[in-house]
Structure formats: C-alpha cells, structure tokens
Ligand binder design. Structure first.
Ligand code: F6P
Length: 356
C-alpha cells in the first residue's frame, strides 16, 4: 500500500508526533506499507519531491517541535489557476498522485490545507486530513493538536507578566497569535489571570477599554495585564473589509492593535504601558504530554481510516472522542468563539473585561 504524507501551512507542536503514530500504525497494521514523505507540504507533491519514510523514520521525534518534512504555505486560492505552462498546481498534484500510484494521501494542516485537501478529494484522490494549528479554529473539532502546548506557553507568558507589571506599576499588553479567532488568547487570559482580553470575535471600543483601566487604577489596582489577540480590531474596523483595514493600518504605521491600545491607555490613565509580543515561541515549543497523547491517538486513528478505506475525511475530536468529518463539510469554515462559549462566559463572570 503506497501512502503520501505531508505537513502544510504554519507549523505547530506535535506534527512529528502525529506522523510517528501514523507510521507506526501503518507498519504494524497495513499491508506492505510504503510511505512517501513529501517535502515542504503541497510543494513537494507539486514538484514530486519526497523522501522515503521507513518504519523507524520518526522514532525519536515524539517530542520534537516543528515538522521534519518541512512546510511551505501554498495558498489554496491559487491552486486551480493555470501556471505559465497552462497547468495548475492542482493538476500537477493529481498527476503526481496518479503517476506515483498512491493509494492515499495524508495531509496534516489547518484551514487552508483542508481546503486544498477537499479539492484533491473532489479530483478523485483518496485524502485524509489531520487538524493541526495552534489557533484551534478548525470547524468540526473541539481541539486541534498543537493548541494545548501553545496555550500553555502563552498562559505562562501572561502569568509571568504579573510580577514585572506589579513591580513597576505598569500596564502590560501581551500579544498572542490568532488572526481570525481568539481561542489561544482566551485560554491564555483565563489561565494566566489577565485583567482584560481583546479577541477578534468581539471588536473592542478603545475609549471604553482605556476607561476600564483608568477605573481599575482609581479603585487601587497597581498594575494591569491585558491579552490582545493578533487579529483584534475596533468596532469601527470590524465594519470594514479586511484588506481596507490592513491598508488603513499601514498608512497609520501599525499592523496589529496592541501598540495602539497601549498608547490609548497611557493617554487616558497616565500609567506606563508596555507591549510583549510572544510570537513564534507559541509555535516552536516541544509538544506537551497532552498534545503528545492526542497526536498519538489522532495518528493511529488516521491509520484506522486508511485500513477501513474511509477517505475524503478529516480526523476530529467530538465529545472527547476521536472521530472524523467529511472534508467537504469543514473546508472553508472557521470555528469562532461565540457569545455562548462556556469559557468566555466564565471569564466574563469572573471579571475579565473584553473591551466591548
Ligand atoms: O496559523 C497559525 C498562525 O500561527 C497564526 O496564529 C498566525 O497568524 C500565523 O500562523 C503566522 O504565520 P506565519 O508563519 O506566516 O508568520
């Protein structure tokens, strides 16, 4: 049985752990497995660039962050566009899939990866997806692998800001990754004991947020820790098209909202504000025990799906159990935090201010 394996999109903790579990399952349970590891995501499939993955290829990689296969972002939007030679990337992938005689392709990735996986599936390739991303925003799954580790890193950073913010009586704003959704920010704010949290799903009012901090100070608070998601936007910005918003921000000389909020707070309260962007520390960590266990279960489950011949699906967690969803159901959909989300409600009811 010939199987292609690839990791696509931004990396996250646990990619190697999933591939390790899948490979182990394959060599123990599938007939004459031959696994090809495509280099740099879909780019490897487009360019026919792969390495043979033997039984012990991933043996020592349970703990290793990133992906040893490499990953390059290949925007799904251009996949079906004809290139200079008249052939689209999608056509090249389907051609290579067929020419190599693959029985199936296992793709580890986020929303964009799943969009492309659904396109390949619609072209007749046997595809199985696995939900990776520190953003936890893939539709149809309660958790993506990599999220728990990233949340732990982010929460630790938020926690550690308290001591230094207290010492200097400052307001520290911690910028957490997450462009469209605020899952990572919400978990980091709750688990890190933040005083406020600004999420893309709930556009904020700058004056109201500055006023909230001013009131805290008047009531005796010495310092503040605020989590700001990378994709946070004001109520006004949320009425604009994304492209327009990014352009206007560029003209004004900033890309994310964090530094702007810091300035507004300084102006309103007179307190010193500082910005801490955690960035790639959230992506590069070794997968924690929870993620290593989840990755192992998901990788083995993907192996089961291959054994059953169940393709055109992606692995998911529902009600705490590992299951699958049709690729066509989840492609192009995003899992947002809703106002009914229990963690959001618990955060609100225990005093975290969301700036809305
Ligand atoms: O998709 C995961 C993610 O980490 C987002 O949270 C973040 O906005 C983005 O990737 C950053 O990606 P890049 O690697 O292109 O800087």
């Amino acid at each position: 049985m010939k199987i292609g394996l690839l990791t696509s999109g931004g990396d996250c903790p646990g990619l190697n752990a999933v591939m390790r579990a899948f490979t182990r399952f394959a060599f123990l349970n599938l007939p004459r497995p031959e696994i090809l590891g495509f280099k740099d995501g879909y780019t490897g499939l487009i360019e026919n660039n792969f390495v043979p993955v033997g039984e012990h290829f991933f043996d020592d990689l349970l703990y290793t962050g990133g992906t040893v296969l490499g990953s390059i972002r290949q925007p799904f939007k251009n996949m079906a566009d004809p290139a200079e030679d008249g052939v689209s990337k999608l056509d090249k992938m389907v051609e290579n899939y067929r020419r190599l005689g693959l029985d199936c392709l296992v793709t580890l990735g986020g929303a964009g990866t799943h969009k492309t996986a659904a396109m390949l599936s619609a072209e007749g390739c046997n595809v199985i997806g696995l939900p990776k991303t520190i953003d936890n925003d893939i539709w149809g799954t309660e958790f993506t692998f990599g999220f728990d580790t990233a949340a732990e890193v982010a929460a630790k950073c938020v926690r550690e800001m308290h001591a230094t913010a207290y010492s200097h009586g400052r307001t520290i704003l911690v910028e957490v990754m997450g462009n469209k959704t605020g899952w990572l920010s919400l978990y980091a704010a709750v688990a890190g004991g933040a005083h406020a949290c600004i999420l893309p799903e709930f556009p904020y009012d700058e004056a109201a947020l500055a006023e909230y901090i001013a009131r805290r100070r008047e009531n005796g608070a010495r310092y503040d820790v605020i989590v700001v998601a990378e994709g946070a936007m004001t109520k006004e910005e949320s009425t604009w098209k994304r492209k327009e918003m990014l352009l206007r921000r560029k003209e004004l000389g900033y890309s994310t909202a964090t530094a702007r909020i810091a300035r507004a707070i300084e102006n309103r309260t007179g307190a010193e504000a500082r910005v801490q962007v955690i960035g790639y520390l959230q992506r590069g960590a070794e997968p924690n025990a929870h993620d290593r266990a989840l990755c192992t279960m998901m990788g083995a489950y993907a192996g089961e799906l291959v054994r059953e011949g169940r393709f055109g699906v992606t692995v998911a967690v529902e009600g705490g159990r590992i299951t699958y969803n049709p690729l066509s159901d989840i492609a192009g959909r995003t899992k947002f935090i809703t106002p009914e989300n229990p963690m959001y409600l618990a955060a609100k009811s225990t005093g975290i201010y969301f700036g809305d």
